[in-house]
Structure formats: structure tokens, C-alpha cells
Design a protein around this ligand. Structure first.
Ligand code: SF4
Ligand code: SF4
Length: 75
């Protein structure tokens, strides 16, 4: 579960950037960004953000979904 930044909420204070252990956060156009491929999912960025601009989102997996493209068609 990788964090996401609410770019409309983030004020660019850079606290999370300074506290990210692997140093894979930075500011782009005054907003926090994350190199998500290198994220260790420690959650510190979400803990230290004073305004709640970092969210951890569960990826929704629909276990009932089927993918018709992979189904073999009857002949
Ligand atoms: S979860 Fe941890 S490693 Fe990932 S961006 Fe936040 S502080 Fe950095
Ligand atoms: S701590 Fe929060 S407000 Fe500050 S740069 Fe990070 S995400 Fe933005």
C-alpha cells in the first residue's frame, strides 16, 4: 500500500520530504511527490504531515470481476 499526496491540499512544507527514511520524496512545483517504486511503505510521511495531505489508499480488488478477454469462446 503506497501513499498518495493530495496535491490540492499539500502546502509544500517539506516535512515529509525531510522525514522519509529512504529519501525518495521531493517537491515538484511546490507539492510533495513520491517515487512510488522505491517506497518502503513505512507510513512516516502520513504520520508527520500536519494537514493530512498524505493518504494510504487500499487498492480495491473486486474478487467477483471476470475478464472476458481471457475467456475462451465456445466454438
Ligand atoms: S511511506 Fe515511508 S518510504 Fe514511502 S514515501 Fe512515505 S515516508 Fe517515504
Ligand atoms: S508534510 Fe504534508 S503538507 Fe508538508 S509537504 Fe508533505 S504532504 Fe505536503
Amino acid at each position: 500500500m503506497v501513499p498518495t499526496i493530495d496535491a490540492f491540499k499539500c502546502d509544500g512544507c517539506s516535512i515529509c520530504v525531510q522525514r522519509c527514511p529512504p529519501q525518495i520524496m521531493g517537491l515538484v512545483k511546490g507539492r510533495a511527490t513520491i517515487l512510488t517504486d522505491l517506497c518502503e511503505e513505512c507510513g512516516i510521511c502520513a504520520e508527520v504531515c500536519p494537514i493530512g495531505a498524505v493518504r494510504f489508499k487500499l487498492i480495491h480488488h473486486d474478487t467477483t470481476a471476470t475478464h472476458d478477454g481471457y475467456q475462451t469462446r465456445p466454438r
